[in-house]
Design a protein around this ligand. Sequence first.
Ligand code: MEZ
Length: 530
Amino acid sequence: MMEWARDSLKRLEDSREARRNAVHEELSQEEVDRLLQEHHPDHSGKGRSIAVGANANATAFPIELADLLESKSRLPDDYVPAADIETDVLIIGGGGAACSAALALNESGLKTLLCAKLRLGDSNTVMAEGGIQAALGPEDSAQRHFADSLVGGHGKNDPQLLKRLCEQGPEGIRWLTELGCLFDVTEEGMFRLRLGGGASVPRVLACRDYTGLEIMRTLKDATRLTTTEIMEDCPALELLDDGAGQVSGATIWNRQKNCLQSVSARAVLLATGGAGQLRFQQFGTSNHVGATGDGLVLAYRQGCHLEHGGSFQYHPSGSCYPEAMSGRLVTEAIRSVGAQVVNNEGHCFINELTYRDVLAAAIIREVREGRGIQTPAGSCGVWLDTPLIDIKHGAGTLQKQFPGIVHRFAPFGIDPSQTPILIYPTLHYQNGGVRVDEWCRTEINGLWAAGEVTGGLHGTNRLMGNSLLDIITFGRRAGESIKAQLPERKAATRSAADRFQRDLQKLSESSVQGPQLFPVEMNMNATPGQ
Ligand code: MEZ
């Protein structure tokens, strides 16, 4: 197996004994800054600003996102919204944040409609493998969680949002557990906590290496038992507003009936997730097919700022061999348990649990400077020395703790407990997004946002496990806030979106239609009604 890499694998094996307990010297701040500037994709200089909207001329967005923010509406010019459906609350999205909000709204007496672009649960939530953070350990506290996340986010996190996240972590886990979510426990029956990258104490709870899938199972089942009306295959194409600055619904494309429907709502929650499928700079992605940045486009047309809109997370351990697995996530937890990151010279060039952006930049540097391992198909990456896990913790550990990884590599004849995995950074997470306050209110009346579509909480680099906690904490807070502050029903028109289009047209005519809805290669973007 991997005959083409025989010499490189030999160097890796020969260096194992010497490096397995080696302690890394931490990089100085100056070295970190230089590494990020020179090698992190956010600093490649390949982004561009746009001339219209709340971030006009202020943010360098990745090109693919900039094109979508300037895109033409998918609604036909002559489409006039009518209230085809009336609800109190419209939740746009079908993942963890959407379901958490629906559960918080249950039994409020409010009519809640959840429109999922695909099926309920199809989202980045299910793609999260390694775990969820919460300050539950004996040495831990909300303050410590806060400090770790703030340093990880380069101090750019919104402190109010981060405070809520860290304070509510333990309560979020209690809530999930009561709903039936199964986290791994130790022999003493306590939650098993792992150390995540950039954390000062173990704080990550997991369900093997399919934590997000388990959380989504729990939330989905619970949501189906509520009075929430669920419409699947219904992407939102445009938000509606009353012409006086209040969002008042959305136009959706009912793909089962193949028609447009307008929803009049007193409150709209955007929980549309991330943008990894836009594949900036042609990176692979660990994201779900639905992650096409739709919520960013819809909110931006209404006048929302995108906080840290040019900041994205490239997960250091995306798979880069075999080709069919390109970009797929190899969880950080595997590094937490002992797998080291090693170059073609057999050298472990960095602390494998340093901050994700730093590690990703270091891997890119190794490859650019010729110390990567080239695959027969022309990709290049570095080794993740996974056999070290069983060497350190005993035979069978990797299979027991990471059955998902073992299962996914098996069809290619790769057993990660015996053979290292080749990795390269993969587009994983949208650090930035729609600006919100601690109650998930956007700057626009009637519009709330929660989860990956929002920006500010994580600064410009998120810690492992804080996104699953984000969707639980802020999904629920959004539901609570909507209950407490539900606006009166208003007319649902296309005013803000039309005004945005007119402003755009004064500058240039875009040939791109947005939101994108599906990855380009799926070729599913037929016009509604055709
Ligand atoms: O929070 C994440 O991004 C996560 C848990 C990823 C992983 O490596 O498993």
